[in-house]
Write a protein that binds this ligand. Structure first.
Ligand SMILES: *[C@@H]1O[C@H](CO)[C@@H](O)[C@H](O)[C@H]1NC(C)=O
Ligand SMILES: *[C@@H]1O[C@H](CO)[C@@H](O)[C@H](O)[C@H]1NC(C)=O
Ligand SMILES: CC(=O)N[C@H]1CO[C@H](CO)[C@@H](O)[C@@H]1O
Length: 246
């Protein structure tokens, strides 16, 4: 929690500083896409700090560009991180997202945030969600988190009945930094998330198996460069197929 809160204030400062520049960058990316015949697919990354302050979206954007998939627009009220690099090279990417550091799935479901964000970004064709780590850290029960998932799913369907919904299980959290109970709580919620995804016929990304918190996070929770590469590698094949399917 301590790390999340620190990271959160840091990220907010960054976002405020980056806004004017980013709007300009986004205009440029969008106008480039408009010259292609393909429909622009609007994709919302949704979650908390693991979505907001790390670089997997940047690497994912780059992988799509490299695969010549350029009819895409990442959408959301957030914009950041201000800079992402890979092997020392700065990456140009669409920084919009709906990740909010410290947020819980159960807060979003109680407050209607997603309904407002989806309306502001409409039409959203695809949503990519990684959400619930903070629910586990603050000891929300799996049942309550899954009820929140139900509410969020209903909000997605109400916004666009054909929305492609990609749900990631949660990357692990280090027991050394957060305690064994929280670490086990992530594993336990992941089992519930997988059943929920299957029950609702949604698209699943496994970002947990093979993710090593020692080598892939900066402080036991947030993906570093290696962890962000891992997440982008896992989102990529599923997202690529869904972009083609919209
Ligand atoms: C979600 O909505 C509530 C109620 O309007 C608001 O207080 C809260 O700041 C919002 N959360 C985020 C992360 O914007
Ligand atoms: C994670 O990486 C560390 C350092 O390379 C290694 O010692 C550890 O065994 C790995 N953990 C798992 C679960 O693979
Ligand atoms: C720790 C954990 O939750 N791992 C799960 C990751 O997702 C796969 C399904 O793709 C499960 O089999 C693992 O149990």
């Amino acid at each position: 929690m301590k790390f999340s809160l620190l990271a959160s204030s840091f990220a907010l400062l960054n976002v405020a500083a980056a806004i004017p520049q980013q709007y300009e960058a986004r205009e440029e990316i969008v106008s480039r896409q408009d010259t292609s015949a393909a429909k622009t697919i609007r994709i919302m990354p949704f979650g908390a700090s693991i979505v907001e302050i790390t670089c997997w979206r940047a690497y994912l954007w780059q992988k799509l560009q490299t695969a010549n998939i350029k009819n895409i627009d990442f959408v959301g009220s957030g914009s950041g991180p201000s800079s992402c690099s890979l092997n020392g090279a700065t990456i140009d990417f669409d920084k919009n997202h709906e990740g909010h550091s410290g947020a819980l799935a159960t807060q979003y479901s109680a407050n209607g945030n997603l309904t407002r964000w989806l309306a502001d970004a409409a039409p959203v064709d695809i949503i990519m969600m990684h959400l619930g780590t903070n629910d586990v850290v603050t000891h929300v029960s799996n049942d309550d988190t899954i009820k929140a998932y139900d509410t969020l799913l209903a909000e997605m369907r109400a916004s666009n009945a054909n929305m492609k919904i990609i749900v990631s299980n949660l990357i692990p959290i280090s027991p050394n930094n957060f305690g064994q109970e929280v670490s086990d709580g992530i594993t336990s919620l992941n089992t519930a998330i997988k059943s929920w995804v299957d029950r609702n016929g949604l698209l699943f990304v496994d970002n947990n198996t093979g993710f090593n918190t020692t080598t892939m996070t900066s402080e036991g929770e947030h993906p570093n460069e290696a962890g962000s590469v891992f997440m982008s590698d896992h989102f990529f094949p599923v997202l690529k197929d869904q972009i083609a399917a919209v």
